[in-house]
Ligand binder design. Sequence first.
Ligand code: C2E
Ligand code: CA
Ligand code: CA
Ligand code: CA
Length: 277
Amino acid sequence: TSKKTSQKITTYSSDQNYYSTRRLSLMGDLAKAIESDELTLFLQPQFDLTTSEVVGAEALLRWSHDVHGFVRPDEFIPLAEKSGLIRSLTAWVIERVMQFDKKLQSLGHNIQLSVNISAKNIAEVNFVTNTLDSLVKHGVAPERIVFEMTETTMMDNPEKALSVLNDLSDLGIQLSIDDFGTGYSSLSYLNQLPVDELKIDRSFVTDMVQNSQNQKIVEMTVNLAHTLGLKVVAEGIEDRETMVQLQTLGCDVAQGYFIGRPMPEEAFLSWLEKQSN
Ligand code: C2E
Ligand code: CA
Ligand code: CA
Ligand code: CA
């Protein structure tokens, strides 16, 4: 019940501030930001705990605003979702990710790229077709692209989500459940979805060495994922002990500041070069 209470408070205060000057100003600027170069993709590496290789990267948006400075995605993604701009925002991200994938291919780096997808995208009429068009246009193998969605995203409209996810999965796109453990999806539903990967939320991971409750939750999630034949990724690894513990628990992939912070494209490429040397 403590969780429900805190969520109520969050919703209440964010609604209350919704029409604040800053929010209105940001919302007005977002459309322009998408067209100009105010948005940047950062990439955060994903590290295979079995092979000790970099196997992927998550694309994370950054917005450097000329007046408000650096705006965090936690602030502008909800605005984009409310205003409908999330459609062109996600399209922009997918386009950039495909371009970056081509660059990776030409440099001989065989890794997957993960994109965060919103509930509003799932509801788009042409989302699957547009995704297919981008793949074809850039000659990107669908298996190299992972779409991350939260349980809440999928539970918004379960029937629609199931059909869209089936279509994306048929294309060959990899599907991942983001922030796993923080939503409300049922296990039977999880079994019906064509997902390939579970991503354990960092709220369980970051302090798992000190917090035995969270350690048990992580262990249980790793086992659940493997029982269902899914790959399991842990995010929010900030120190070596956590990484070693995850390795011991059999977690497949790790992501976090200890391995690498989110970096701009060029910095990520040189980081990647250093790893393979
Ligand atoms: P997320 O999908 O759960 O992404 C992981 C967040 O954890 C990122 O925050 C990342 O920078 C942060 N993180 C990674 N490793 C560590 C760590 O070791 N310690 C700590 N304390 N944090 C870590 P970020 O980049 O600020 O993004 C916040 C959220 O904004 C994301 O959460 C995601 O829900 C959303 N977001 C970001 N980019 C996009 C996007 O292109 N589209 C959509 N729809 N949402 C996005
Ligand atoms: Ca994510
Ligand atoms: Ca998360
Ligand atoms: Ca998230």
